[in-house]
Design a protein around this ligand. Sequence first.
Ligand code: SF4
Length: 199
Amino acid sequence: MTDLDEKLIAALERLAHVLRTLLWEEGVRSRLSPIQIQTLLYLASHSEELCRVGQLAQEFNLTPATMSDAVDALQEKGLAVRQPWPEDGRVVTLRLTAQGRRQAEKLSRWAEALQEQLAHFPAEEKARALGFLLKLIEALYRAGIITVARICLTCRFFRPYAHPDSPAPHHCALLDKPLAEGDLRVDCPEHEYEVHPLP
Ligand code: SF4
């Protein structure tokens, strides 16, 4: 490992620590664990198909047992309910209750401290950082270290550098529109894996 790689890992670890701390502080305020908070925020922003209970463990890289405990706790607190998926009664999905939706709305402010700092950086610098982070996520996905990566770089509709001389060099064949580095998506609802998702 090079010195630069070591420094990047140390910087990512610092940032991961900041994110954990912000989530933890929000958890103390709302009496929820960080994973319960992440689950509520996830449920509030994803389609029913992606809220299958089996899918959630994959999303958060947790064991099914740990995920199940978090789901039980949310259900006991009246914030979410398990229900059969309309397209296949054997599959269970998780849905927010009205109380859960209100809680998710409050929780969505957990990253405000980070947003305030990001606002001071130039857009081009942030777009370059996004491009690098997405490449890192893609590499982790292809190495089998993470199993979920609904990013442009793993999508069958992504056409990298289809417009090489343009400020928006990439192209989405589904939306039929050019994509600049800063337009690349991190969690796209229209994403389809270019091959099959990893097991
Ligand atoms: S469908 Fe979404 S993830 Fe796929 S290339 Fe288009 S914008 Fe990116």
